[in-house]
Design a protein around this ligand. Structure first.
Ligand code: ADE
Length: 315
C-alpha cells in the first residue's frame, strides 16, 4: 500500500503485482483481505474482555493472559510452513538467537501492556477503551514515517521472504514469553485459586464463564494475527487504519451487547474514524494511479527507443 508505493524494486509479498500491460488498477491481495477480516473478527477480543468484567470477573493477570495465550493456535500453520520450506535447508528457517531473545524480552513488555489494557477495560466502557486502542494509529504513522522510507534492496527483499515465516515464529516467542509473565503474575496474585469461585458467581453462568475466557483468547489471537498479516503483506499504516476501524465496530457491539450509551462525543469519534478510513482509501487510489501512470510512461519511452533502434538498423 503506501509503503509499497515507495518501494519500486520489489513489492511486499502480499501485494498483487500489476503487470505493466494490464490496466492501472490496484487490487489488494487475498492475504491482505484475509488479514483485514481477521482484524474485524478479532473485535470480539476487546468485547469479550469487557463482558468478563461486566459480569463479575476481577482478575487482571488472568485477563492479560487471555490477550496473549492464544499463540499455540499459530503452531499448526507454522509447522506446515516449516515443513513446506524444509527443502531450502533448515538453517534458512531458523531465526537468529538474538532476534528470538529480543522477541522474548518484548513478550515481557507485551504482558505488562496487556495488564494495563485490562485495567482500562475493567474501568472504562468498551467504546472508550476502543478509542484508546485506536490511538495506536498515531504512533504507527510516526514510526512508519521514521523507519519505512527505506527502499528495497536485494537484501531487504530477501528479508521480506524470510519474514513471511518469521512474524509467526516471533509472535509465538513473544506470546510464550508474555504467557510466562502472566502465569507468574496470576500465581503471585492467587488467580488460580480464585478461578473456581469466580466461575461460580459469574453473571452469565459457569459454562459461559469458561466459554468467554476461551473465545476471548482466540479472538485476541485472530486480531493480532490480522495485524501482523497486514504489517507484513501491506503496511504498518494500513494495520493502524484497520485497528482504528475497529472503533465504530466496537461502539456498535457495545450498544448491542453491553447496552452502553451512544452519546455525542462517541458519535463524533465514529464519524472521524470512518472519514479517516475513507480518506486513506482515496489517498491509496490516487497514489496507485500516479505509480501506474509513471510505469506506462516508462514503457512507452522504452517502446519508442526500441522502434527508433529498429528503424536505424533497417537497410
Ligand atoms: N494489539 C493489541 N492492542 C492492544 N491491546 C492488546 N492486547 C493484546 N493485543 C493487543
Amino acid at each position: 500500500m503506501q509503503e509499497a508505493a515507495k518501494t519500486p524494486i520489489a513489492s511486499p509479498p502480499g501485494a498483487t503485482a500489476a503487470s505493466t500491460d494490464s490496466p492501472a488498477r490496484y487490487r489488494p491481495s487475498p492475504l491482505v483481505i484475509f488479514s483485514a477480516c481477521l482484524i474485524l473478527v478479532g473485535a470480539g477480543g476487546p468485547l469479550l474482555l469487557r463482558v468478563y468484567f461486566v459480569h463479575g470477573g476481577q482478575r487482571l493477570w488472568l485477563s492479560a493472559l487471555l490477550q496473549i495465550s492464544g499463540w499455540p493456535l499459530l503452531l499448526p500453520p507454522l509447522c506446515v510452513s516449516l515443513f513446506h520450506g524444509r527443502r531450502h535447508g533448515i538453517a534458512n528457517l531458523l531465526l537468529p538467537p538474538r532476534l528470538v531473545g529480543a522477541a522474548a524480552v518484548l513478550g515481557g513488555f507485551y504482558a505488562v501492556s496487556c495488564y494495563v489494557y485490562a485495567m482500562g477495560s475493567q474501568a472504562l466502557p468498551l467504546s472508550t477503551s476502543s478509542l484508546l486502542l485506536a490511538t495506536q494509529l498515531a504512533f504507527t504513522a510516526v514510526f512508519a514515517f521514521l523507519f519505512v522510507g527505506l527502499r528495497f534492496t536485494p537484501f531487504s527483499a530477501n528479508a521480506v521472504l524470510l519474514l513471511t515465516i518469521g512474524p509467526a515464529v516471533l509472535r509465538a516467542v513473544l506470546g510464550a514469553a508474555g504467557t510466562m509473565v502472566c502465569l507468574l503474575g496470576m500465581a503471585i496474585k492467587g488467580d488460580f485459586g480464585a478461578l473456581r469461585s469466580e466461575a461460580a458467581s459469574f453473571g452469565l453462568g459457569k459454562t459461559n464463564y469458561y466459554l468467554v475466557l476461551v473465545w476471548d483468547a482466540v479472538s485476541w489471537q485472530l486480531l493480532n494475527l490480522g495485524i501482523m498479516g497486514l504489517i507484513t503483506c501491506a503496511s504498518s499504516l494500513l494495520a493502524g487504519i484497520m485497528i482504528a476501524v475497529l472503533l465504530p465496530l466496537s461502539q456498535i457491539l457495545a450498544v448491542m451487547f453491553l447496552h452502553e450509551k451512544f452519546d455525542g462525543p462517541k458519535g463524533i469519534a465514529l464519524v472521524l474514524s470512518l472519514w479517516g478510513f475513507a480518506s486513506y482509501m482515496y489517498g491509496e487510489k490516487v497514489q496507485q494511479k500516479k505509480v501506474e501512470a509513471q510505469k506506462s510512461e516508462l514503457l512507452q519511452q522504452q517502446v519508442a527507443s526500441k522502434t527508433e533502434d529498429l528503424e536505424l538498423a533497417a537497410p
